[in-house]
Design a protein. Structure first.
Length: 343
C-alpha cells in the first residue's frame, strides 16, 4: 500500500507544499479557509506525520523536569537512577531531562517546585502528586502557563494533570488482600496495614482495595486499624513492635509504603519473621532478600523503567498533539514470590 505523503495532501487541497508545511507546523500567514482545506485533505486521505522527521526538520526540542522526593527510599532511588540513565539516550530524540529534588510527603515543597517552573524552561513536568487542594491549584497554574503536568506513581485525578503514569492502585490493594487472605486462611485472626502516608493517593487507594477484599471475602480476618510510617524505617519498626506486643495473635501485615527495613528488623527481633505473613510493595534489594529468606511472602511490583519511558513518551505526545497507544502506556501490576523472583 502506497504511503501517503505531504505531496498527496498538497494535491488534494490544491495548495503548495510550502502552504501544507505552514499549516502542519502552525505557522502564521495562512488564511483560515486554506487551513481548513488542508486539514480536511489530511483527514480525507489519512495522512499521518512522521513526527520524528518533522521534529528534526524544525529542530523541535522537549525539555522535561522530573520532581523526585529526596530521602533513602530504595524504590525512589531506583526510580531516580532510571531517570538519570535515560538522559543520554533521550538526548538523541532531542529530549533534555533534568531532575529536581523535593521533600517527601510535603505538599508545600511540591507546590513551590511546580510554581517555579515556566513554559520557557520546560515542556512538561513529571511528579509524584500529594493529594491536597493547594497541589491541585498549583497543577492548574502550571497547565495554564502551558506546561504539561504528568503525575507519576501517585495521582490526583480531579486536577488539571494531562496524564497519570502508574499502576491501578486500588487493584494492587485488592491483589494484596487476595494474597494475604489466602496466606492466613483458614486460621483467621488479625491482619495489620502499615501505610506510608495518607497524603498519597496511591497509598489511600491501596488500603481501600485491600480492606474491600478482606471484609467481603475473608470475614474471619480482623483488620487492625492502619498506622502511618511516613516511610521512615525507625517509625515502622516502632509500629511493628507495638503491633506484636498488643496483638500477639497477629497473623499478617500488608506494608503499603517503602519502610521495609524497620518492619523486618522488628519481626526478626521478636522472632516472628516467617511466622507473620507479609505482603509488601516494590521489588528492591531489601525486599528480594526478605523474599529469599522467607520473611516476606509476596511483593507487588511496578516497573520503574517502564514508568520513566512512558512519562517521557507522553510529554512528547501531548506536546505534539499526537495520539498514543493506551496499551503501551499502561503500567502492569507484577506479583513476585520467592519462586519467580528475578536475579
Amino acid at each position: 500500500m502506497k504511503r501517503v505523503t505531504v505531496h498527496d495532501v498538497a494535491a488534494e487541497a490544491k495548495v503548495s507544499l510550502a502552504t501544507v508545511d505552514r499549516v502542519l507546523n502552525a505557522r502564521p500567514g495562512v488564511k483560515a479557509a486554506t487551513i481548513e482545506r488542508v486539514h480536511a485533505a489530511v483527514e480525507k486521505i489519512g495522512f499521518t506525520r512522521d513526527q520524528h522527521a518533522a521534529n528534526l526538520a524544525k529542530r523541535r526540542e522537549y525539555r522535561i523536569c522530573f520532581l523526585l522526593p529526596s530521602g533513602d527510599s530504595a524504590f525512589m532511588q531506583e526510580l531516580r537512577a532510571e531517570v538519570e540513565s535515560s538522559v543520554s539516550v533521550e538526548r538523541q530524540q532531542r529530549t533534555f531531562i533534568k531532575v529536581r529534588d523535593i521533600l517527601p510527603f510535603n505538599g508545600v515543597s511540591l507546590v513551590d517546585a511546580l510554581d517555579a517552573i515556566s513554559a520557557e524552561e520546560f515542556t512538561g513536568v513529571v511528579f509524584i502528586a500529594t493529594d491536597a487542594p493547594q497541589v491541585k491549584q498549583a497543577i492548574k497554574r502550571l497547565a495554564d502557563r502551558g506546561v504539561i503536568p504528568i503525575t507519576l506513581i501517585s495521582d490526583i485525578p480531579s486536577s488539571a494533570r494531562a496524564h497519570f503514569v502508574g499502576i491501578d492502585n486500588t487493584a494492587a490493594g485488592r491483589t494484596a488482600g487476595s494474597l494475604l487472605g489466602r496466606f492466613v486462611y483458614p486460621a483467621g485472626g488479625k491482619v495489620a496495614v502499615i501505610v506510608g502516608s495518607m497524603l498519597l493517593r496511591d497509598h489511600v487507594d491501596r488500603r481501600l482495595g485491600f480492606e474491600q477484599v478482606i471484609r467481603t471475602e475473608f470475614p474471619g480476618i480482623t483488620l487492625v486499624p492502619s498506622m502511618e510510617s511516613n516511610d521512615d524505617n525507625t517509625v515502622a519498626e516502632k509500629i511493628v513492635d507495638e503491633l506484636l506486643v498488643e496483638h500477639p495473635d497477629l497473623l499478617g501485615i500488608y506494608n503499603i509504603g517503602a519502610a521495609k527495613q524497620g518492619l523486618l528488623a522488628s519481626l526478626k527481633r521478636h522472632k516472628r519473621d516467617g511466622q507473620v505473613r507479609v505482603v509488601a510493595h516494590d521489588l528492591t534489594d531489601d525486599s528480594k532478600e526478605a523474599l529469599r529468606g522467607g520473611a516476606f511472602d509476596a511483593i507487588i511490583h511496578q516497573d520503574p523503567p517502564h514508568q520513566v519511558r512512558s512519562a517521557i513518551r507522553l510529554v512528547r505526545a501531548y506536546a505534539d498533539g499526537r495520539s498514543f497507544l493506551e496499551s503501551q502506556e499502561r503500567i502492569r501490576i507484577d506479583i513476585f514470590l520467592r519462586d519467580n523472583m528475578p536475579d
